[in-house]
Write a protein that binds this ligand. Structure first.
Ligand SMILES: Cc1cc2nc3c(=O)[nH]c(=O)nc-3n(C[C@H](O)[C@H](O)[C@H](O)COP(=O)(O)OP(=O)(O)OC[C@H]3O[C@@H](n4cnc5c(N)ncnc54)[C@H](O)[C@@H]3O)c2cc1C
Length: 438
């Protein structure tokens, strides 16, 4: 893949945040010959909590491959291929899918986010990304000539461009006065990461979605294996004491009812979430010197894996737009490149927010129409719906043309049967088949 020649006289562009999105953005900038400084609030030897993004889709892996040949393959090889999916309703199986083993970049892979970060970080160091750890950014100001970042230490850093990848509480976004718009779900979820069972069964298990699980008094529960462990998600009722259910005593009460009791003694991490479905009202500043990426720009419920998958596309699109802007010739042309990237990524974020909200709505079935549909389907036998897509569901051929109007992730048939479908994550994350050197 052709690289732009290095521009040694150029001031480093700054990436704020060394999470997965910031690391990918920094590496993508370096691969286009742009000097980069990553400024991270936490120390270099920090511990990253939980497994977080456990599924990286095929287009995400291919995008990593575009950034650096071999990178997508390394990440894929650190993960596992989930070999199938089962869906149950009220104790009855309504859907079953089994997959054949596929090459590394096919179908996506499941691994803890920490592993993905370690692999990308190692490459970023090798490719000359500079890091400053333990230096929180507290302010930013921009002019048509560049941006100035203020660190907690009082130091000021001038830079031509900033990628703000400083996560959900982004200090950069706040300093620019950019508001997040959307809603917060009122149903708590408990997310439990457990170790891999020593008998080797964990990575061979299919992903499992149980709606109205009888062993959990009708709550929804999901489990999903990933390299080194497994995630169990419990959807609480609004009236549940989520803190108790997430406590060691609470876990002992419900987890062995749905998983092998061995796992309750091997809980790696547990947390309670209320999911936000919010998108920044702008992904750039008026001077077009900052681009927001990843959770600094949007927060989605994790169902459908749209967070990091779309964050990687934000990161690479932002890096390539900035690399192009650095050589655009005129400030107007440079500004247009940044504005176009911001508008495009925001359009996809709005789409992803809507799709994740819809997935949550289907899971909660809190509106009367959905509840009635489910009851009817349960009475008539959901198994009859298994394997069929919703009426009017687009064919594979038409999907490629529908773009952001297509809403994949979860399908419900007319009678309310819910099934998770194979997500076209190129579409879901908004990745276009573009290459770093283009
Ligand atoms: C339970 C859970 C499950 C998930 N599952 C999936 C999944 O399966 N698939 C998927 O695609 N996504 C998933 N996600 C979402 C995914 O984890 C996020 O999209 C991803 O972590 C976002 O990465 P980021 O780099 O934008 O933010 P972060 O990972 O939050 O990184 C931000 C970085 O910025 C640093 N920082 C913060 N403030 C400052 C500051 N002022 N100055 C300097 N640095 C700062 C932070 O220390 C951190 O290192 C899940 C999320 C959760 C919570």
């Amino acid at each position: 893949m052709p690289l732009n020649p290095p521009q040694p006289a150029q001031q480093p562009c700054v990436v704020v945040g060394a999470g997965p999105v910031g690391l990918v953005a920094a590496l993508a900038l370096r691969r286009r010959g742009v000097p980069v400084l990553v400024i991270e609030a936490e120390p270099a030897n920090r511990t990253r909590p939980g497994s977080r993004a456990i599924f990286l889709g095929e287009p995400t892996l291919r995008r990593l491959e575009d950034v650096l040949p071999g990178l997508g393959t390394s990440v894929a090889e650190a993960g596992i291929q989930v070999m199938g999916y089962d869906a149950f309703y009220g104790g009855r199986r309504v859907f079953r899918q089994r997959l054949k083993p596929a090459p590394p970049l096919r179908w996506g892979r499941s691994l803890p986010q920490k592993l993905t970060e370690e692999i990308v970080y190692a490459e970023a160091v090798v490719h000359g990304v500079e890091f400053r750890w333990g230096q929180p950014v507290v302010g930013v100001s921009t002019t048509p000539d560049g941006a100035t970042l203020e660190l907690a230490s009082g130091e000021r850093i001038d830079t031509p461009y900033v990628i703000a990848a400083d996560g959900a509480r982004s200090a950069v976004r706040k300093a620019l006065g950019i508001i997040m718009r959307g809603s917060t779900d009122d149903t708590p979820f408990i997310i439990v990461d457990v170790d891999e069972h020593p008998d080797g069964c964990t990575p061979t298990m299919p992903g499992h979605f149980h709606y109205g699980c009888p062993e959990l008094d009708g709550r929804n529960v999901m489990h999903m294996p990933f390299a080194t462990g497994m995630r169990v998600d419990l959807q609480c009722r609004p009236t549940d004491d989520a803190e108790y259910l997430a406590s060691p005593e609470g876990l002992r009460e419900w987890l062995p009812r749905v998983e092998d009791p061995w796992y309750v003694d091997h809980v790696r991490w547990v947390s309670t979430y209320l999911f936000h479905q919010v998108v920044a009202e702008s992904f750039t500043d008026p001077a077009r010197r900052v681009l927001l990426a990843g959770e600094a720009a949007h927060l989605f419920a994790p169902f459908g894996g749209r967070g990091l998958n779309s964050g990687v596309i934000d990161a690479t699109d932002a890096a390539w737009a900035i690399a192009d802007a650095c050589t655009a010739g005129t400030p107007t042309a440079a500004g247009q490149l940044i504005a176009r990237c911001a508008a495009d990524r925001r359009r996809w974020a709005l789409h992803n927010r809507d799709v994740s909200s819809r997935a949550l709505r289907i899971m909660r079935a809190s509106d009367p129409a959905m509840r009635a549909g489910r009851a009817d389907a349960a009475r008539r036998g959901w198994h009859r719906c298994g394997g069929r897509l919703a009426p009017g569901w687009p064919t594979a051929r038409s999907r490629s043309r529908l773009g952001p109007r297509w809403r994949p992730g979860w399908a419900a048939c007319r009678s309310g049967c819910v099934r998770r479908v194979c997500i076209d994550l190129r579409e879901a994350s908004g990745a276009s088949p573009r290459h770093a050197g283009e």
